[in-house]
Ligand binder design. Structure first.
Ligand code: HEM
Length: 428
């Protein structure tokens, strides 16, 4: 349980992935620790993960730490529960329907192409910084209808200041990381408020969210939209950046796989941006994308919940009011579900194998029903990754010099230590 009050917070924040794997190996699928005064129970493995996701057992209200709620807004969807959560979530899901996803592909491909062409002109180089800007630009196009042909580096800078401060000691002074994050958050709020007020957002998530209507005609108020969009940037940016980064690492380390993905893309894709119907035919790229989400450390845990009542799991008592979280990484690396779990296996999660897994096994973006707390962006990521793989392998060659791609320990969604060194050329 660690030292009084602070508990094991420092160990957890330093490397939440290694921390939960070590504890799960030591104690089994359900174990507890103390983080900043809270007892938190972690649930690993399909059955325990589903137990945590069951709305009868845990609520998200008052679960996440106050400093995180202050950055993202206490009224954002990950911190709501019950009917308010469901109503809000159903409206938000309007941005992830098939029609909506199909309409995002041309703009996303333009962003991919802008970066890939710069890399192709630059010889061997380190592209970690560009990948982060690419993740931001996709989010900016989707959520503020920004121009896909330019990078907004000022707002991207504010955004990274906000992220950095979110996971620093929550002391709000002008010179602390947290204090700077609050100031950056305020500038981002102004930026988003302006986008909501002045843009119709046609062909972007902003447009779909503005047009979203519930069964009784209810809609998101401008203030709710502003709150959720800030959170959407936060949710999407790191995930998108990590997803594209690890896809490039896999392509670089497995040239034979890259050749197979190119053959598939050559059969399915045309010259322009992939369409949704085409992306759905990229079965190998889809399997590789899922395996990337399983095999690389992207999101360590779910958001935190609170036990609604006294609970019991496998003989352990969990008291009402204790906190809990789904141990995503330990579940994805669970050797009883995934044989040889540290190995990257490009066919492990093809459509057939995925269908044979128990519920709660493949949970890179959380679990349970879509109108529960499962990631709203799941369908977007599961389209964007195969679309990128197909489009990139069809149009570019990648040389990947020997480098250290172990995830750089610190924090949530760590990226390769090398900074991602590549030599990209246009296919001849
Ligand atoms: C690889 C990329 C991504 C990963 C790994 C990821 C992962 C997750 C995880 C683990 C959760 C927490 C689930 C829980 O607390 O039970 C979550 C929640 C969420 N994610 Fe994602 N995410 C990704 C991309 C995105 C994108 C692109 C969006 C787009 C807006 C998004 C929007 C959300 C939202 C709105 C929630 C809160 C859902 C709720 O509480 O109802 N995510 N995501």
């Amino acid at each position: 349980m660690g030292v009084p009050f602070v508990g094991e917070a420092l160990k957890f924040l330093k490397d939440p992935f290694a921390f939960q794997l070590a504890r799960t190996r030591q104690h089994g699928n359900v174990w507890k620790t103390r983080i900043l005064g809270d007892t938190i129970v972690f649930f690993a493995g399909p059955k325990a993960f589903e137990f945590f996701m069951d709305e009868a057992n845990f609520t998200r209200e008052n679960g996440s730490p106050k400093f995180m709620q202050a950055i993202l807004h206490a009224d954002a969807v990950p911190f709501l529960d019950g009917d308010r959560h469901k109503k809000r979530k159903r409206l938000l899901l309007a941005a992830f329907t098939q029609d909506a996803l199909a309409s995002y592909l041309p703009g996303m491909t333009r962003i991919f192409e802008r970066f890939a062409n710069t890399w192709a002109a630059g010889g061997e180089q380190t592209i970690g910084g560009d990948l982060s800007q690419l993740g931001f630009d996709v989010a900016d196009m989707l959520f503020a209808a920004a121009d896909p042909d330019t990078s907004n580096t000022t707002t991207a800078g504010d955004f990274s200041t906000m992220i950095k401060g979110t996971f620093s000691p929550p002391v709000n002074l002008p010179f602390t990381a947290y204090g700077k994050a609050i100031k950056a958050r305020d500038r981002l709020r102004v930026y988003i408020k302006d986008a909501v007020a002045t843009k119709d957002g046609a062909g972007t998530a902003l447009g779909y969210l503005k047009a979203a209507r519930g069964p009784g005609g209810e809609q998101l108020t401008p203030q709710e939209l502003e709150i959720e969009l800030l959170h959407f940037y936060f949710a999407a940016h790191g995930g998108l950046t990590a997803a594209i980064t690890w896809l490039l690492v896999v392509l670089g380390q497995h040239p034979d796989l890259a050749a197979r993905l190119r053959a598939e893309a050559d059969q399915v894709l045309g010259d322009g941006a992939p369409t949704l119907a085409q992306v759905k035919q990229l079965a190998n790229a889809r399997a590789v994308s899922r395996e990337v989400l399983r095999a690389y450390p992207i999101a360590p845990t779910t958001f935190i919940g609170v036990a609604k009542k006294d609970l019991e799991w496998g003989g352990y008592a969990i008291r009402a009011g204790w906190k809990g979280a789904g141990a995503i990484w330990a579940t994805l690396q669970d050797g009883t579900t995934f044989q040889d779990p540290t190995k990257f296996d490009d066919a492990r999660l093809d459509d057939r194998n995925l269908g044979n897994l128990p519920h709660g096994a493949f949970v890179p973006q959380g679990g349970g029903p879509v109108d529960g707390h499962r990631c709203a962006g799941e369908a977007l990521i599961q389209m964007a990754m195969p679309a990128f793989l197909g489009w990139f392998t069809k149009h570019y060659d990648l040389a990947f010099p020997a480098q250290d791609v172990t995830p750089a320990g610190q924090g949530l969604g760590p990226l390769p230590r090398s900074g991602v060194r590549v030599a990209i050329t246009k296919r001849r």
